[in-house]
Design a protein. Structure first.
Length: 110
C-alpha cells in the first residue's frame, strides 16, 4: 500500500451512521451566508494503524511503500464541527469492522 513518507499518515475516518447523522444536523444548522465546517470523524488515526487493524481482522499483514508520489494525508481540524454539529459516535475500529462485516463477512478471522 503506497503511503506518503511524512509519517504517520493521519486521517479522520467517518462511518456511514455518523455521516448520515451529521448530514441531518448540517441541514438543521444551515444558514445564509453558508456555514462552513470541516466534516470528518472525530477520532484521528493513522492509515498505518487502521490498515494493521483491518489486517488483523482478515488475517493479512499490510505492506507499506512510502513514496512522495502519493498525496499527503488529509488531517482536518474538526473542533468547529464539534461545536456546530457534535461529535461522531462510531469508534473508528467499530466502523472498519462493520465495513468488512457488511461487504465481506467471509473474510473476518475474529
Amino acid at each position: 500500500m503506497p503511503l506518503h513518507p511524512d509519517r504517520p499518515n493521519n486521517f479522520n475516518p467517518i462511518y456511514e451512521d455518523d455521516y448520515v447523522d451529521l448530514g441531518i444536523r448540517a441541514m438543521e444548522a444551515a444558514s445564509l451566508p453558508p456555514l462552513v465546517v470541516n466534516w470528518a470523524g472525530s477520532e484521528t488515526v493513522s492509515a498505518e494503524d487502521y490498515c494493521a487493524y483491518m489486517g488483523e481482522l482478515v488475517g493479512v499483514r499490510p505492506v507499506f511503500e512510502y513514496t512522495p508520489a502519493v498525496h499527503t494525508p488529509l488531517w482536518p481540524d474538526v473542533s468547529y464541527m464539534h461545536q456546530v454539529l457534535g461529535r461522531t459516535r462510531v469508534h473508528w475500529r467499530d466502523g472498519f469492522r462493520r465495513m468488512i462485516e457488511a461487504r465481506h463477512p467471509d473474510l473476518l478471522k475474529s
